[in-house]
Write a protein that binds this ligand. Sequence first.
Ligand code: ATP
Ligand code: MG
Length: 424
Amino acid sequence: MTNGIQPIRGMNDVLPAEIGLWQHLEGALRELVATYGYEEIRVPIVEHTELFKRSIGEFTDIVEKEMYTFTDQGGDSLTLRPETTAGIARAAISNGLLRGQKHKLWCIGPMFRHERPQKGRYRQFHQFDVEALGYEGPDVDAELIVMLARLWRMLGLTRVKLQLNSLGTPAARALYREQLVAYFRGHEAALDTDSRRRLGGNPLRILDSKNPDMQAIIAGAPLIVDHLDLESRAHFETLQAALRAAGIDFVVNPRLVRGLDYYSRTVFEWTTDALGAQDAVCSGGRYDGLIAQLGGEATPAIGFAMGIERVVELLRLANVVPVVRAPDVYLVTQGERAVSAGLALAEQLRDQLPQRRVAFGLGGGNFKAQFRRADRSGARLALVLGDSELERGVIAIKHLRGEANQIECPVAEVSARLEAALKE
Ligand code: ATP
Ligand code: MG
């Protein structure tokens, strides 16, 4: 397309030829969360910009440089959601869902971040998101992780590994923060611009830096595990014991801080060695303070988000072949009267055989061309209705796979004959 309208960089179309693995994954996810008692919630794709600034945090990559923010006709600053925990927390508050109640929620949909597009990193991408509101854990922390381990098994994905850390309470974090600032001030000359700016705003973010030149300094920084409050330490230890009891492999990564501000206590990330630089497939953690910070009543909570594109890519690399359901029957017609009789017959069959898929050969054409289309559709049987069949009140049933034989039956018997033939 030279003169036409271009797609937006980093925003992909998912074509029918590619949709099979998406549906396979989405089906598994829906089944999984239903088993564990989660309910679906749908929230808007746009929210007030303020929501993301106050939740994700001002000194994060997302808020500093990745948000799609615009002013609408009414003069409000709105943002396309870069993630959906904030929106779900906002929805729980605006709809009065909390008041001491608990909710186990999930959501799926597009997210928007203005990042540099590359394989596995897009500007519109999709997340599957789970949030448990009102649960203090660590039982729910363990259950979420066990649920994800079950998903990888269901999908046949083996190249995913779990990292865990605890960020402690806000108070423990504040103490740790002081130590971190002191450490990085001692190495200020070696910090990159981003990190220098973050030193004042949120020094924990420096640990999250992806700049290779920063890794040596980060490696020498004090560790948050050494500064955990007693309760957070107990929480973290109980979680680890539960995971060990469930046979879940994990490593504690004391430098895992996650790129968003609202986390406290448990944080985790599943990574893979199969996708190159874009190695995070699913990450999450506790955000016990977020809901109060957004004006709701204090509610402990935990959640995670999974990158759908990255998991789809893992499925593709693992040669998972989605089951694509072809039509069972393909109706071929010839002649004007046969077309209208055929359309009516196809509707009748869809009523009589609701479990079966009936395709109608739209657009007509000669028998040969129509049979080619019927064959390509993957259908097992073709029904043939021409003017001569119409006059005699019969229809032909032709097997398209294996031994091709053709029988004729009265129109009134066709659904029973079809069902019998499909069961053969
Ligand atoms: P990364 O380290 O890859 O930037 P992140 O820490 O920014 O990931 P989160 O905000 O935790 O990611 O989002 C959860 C998941 O969403 C990630 O683990 C990843 O699978 C996926 N994800 C995040 N950003 C993108 C993107 N731009 N394109 C595709 N998937 C993404
Ligand atoms: Mg990121």
